[in-house]
Design a protein around this ligand. Sequence first.
Ligand code: UD1
Ligand code: CA
Length: 454
Amino acid sequence: MTPRSCLAIVLAAGEGTRMRSARPKVLHQVAGQSLLAHVLAAVGKSGVTATAVVIGPGQDAVGDEVTRACPDAAIFVQHERRGTAHAVLAAKAAIARQPDAILVLYGDTPLIRPATLERLCAALAEGAAIAVLGFRPADPAGYGRLIMAGDELVAIREEADASAGERKIDLCNGGIMALAGASALAILERIGNHNRKGEFYLTDAVEIARSMALRCVAIEIEEDDVRGINTKSQLAEAETVAQQRLRQAALEAGVTLIAPDTVHLCPDTKFGRDVVVEPYVVFGEKVTVEDGAVIHSFSHLVGAHVGKGVSVGPFARLRPGTQLGEGSRIGNFVEIKAAVIEAGAKANHLSYIGDASVGANANIGAGTITCNYDGSDKHRTAIGKDAFIGSNSALVAPVEIGDGAYIASGSVITANVPAHALALARARQVIKEGWAARLRGLKSLGKKKARSRD
Ligand code: UD1
Ligand code: CA
């Protein structure tokens, strides 16, 4: 059971130097979304009633990502990096509103699941003042150790401050903590910095709570939930876990993934019934695939809506703003951007359709290009229903092709074409009878002369 009001505080003030990147750590991506967006999504699905994110000074890009991913979240700045408890207190104004529970999470643990957060909050509802997530990592080095007495948590010891005996404990602090709202502020404000690193450790909250005769517990979970990202190789490991979870969810929802391990998904990828995804397909953010569609191999989709029974690829690229109507067909080496393709229309080979609308049952011939960019501005191309665009045509936008119009192959169309008209915009073919034979004759004469001079 989740307490009535729950404040989540996400700590994201770290610099992430070990990523060796100019980008703030929490903005690196797993499954097409930032680490921070994953944490905020899990928080959003766990019954939390208010969210605060603590960022570092000058981290405007992190603030922007918070606002994008969770517009209701309050942003607090930790001006100096003085430890995890100090970071939590940067959000003191939110804590002072006395929520029933406070969840503290790290912005660099993207695989945390809502159900795990709910388990933590449930422990508070059962009377604990503090609940933490424990796990047994393959290599405990670097983690705080959980010191237990029966089923009560007695203390969390940071590795730098742990005795040789304490370091042998394999149950480690996953870092995510739930605190009962009634006692949280009193506990947090008593945390000092008398330790090896001279930092204010959130983990000291446990011993302080016990000194106030309050109960603390640990909930053991699997490592994946609390996998923290500090390096690029940990980022890659998290990607593997995230993709396995997404593929499993897609399979369970009835999607046919012929080679699941080769398909990359996004948490927001949506599938209808009886969708088939062939090997080696990448889904970026905001893709919806409706019933019965087939996505053939080596296709790349971002921000696209694929209608019922549509066929995409192989080797198709669908960019943001693509909308494919029922039964349309987008074939190999076709790129679509910000374009509506109505039902039954076809672009089967080697095309670029950008900033365009294509009417129902129109046929876009191989090699057709919408010339949407004039070097400074983008312009639109409108193609009517049942239009036939001959192969290798260039449609120079802004331009309109009427319903049922016919564009001759190889045309460069710069003016609107009325409905049901034919437009021819290419040089007329010239025939010179016997020309090739005469050329060959001249060439062989030249070679004989050269040989006679040798
Ligand atoms: C922390 C825990 C440790 C636990 C481990 C799990 C403490 C003292 N230790 O250690 O017990 O096993 O996580 O991964 O909490 N942050 C700030 N401001 C600060 C300091 C940290 O925002 O002043 C943020 C960081 O950006 C990061 C999180 O807090 O997201 C954790 O800080 P980090 O320094 O990585 O803690 P660990 O040493 O890994
Ligand atoms: Ca860490």
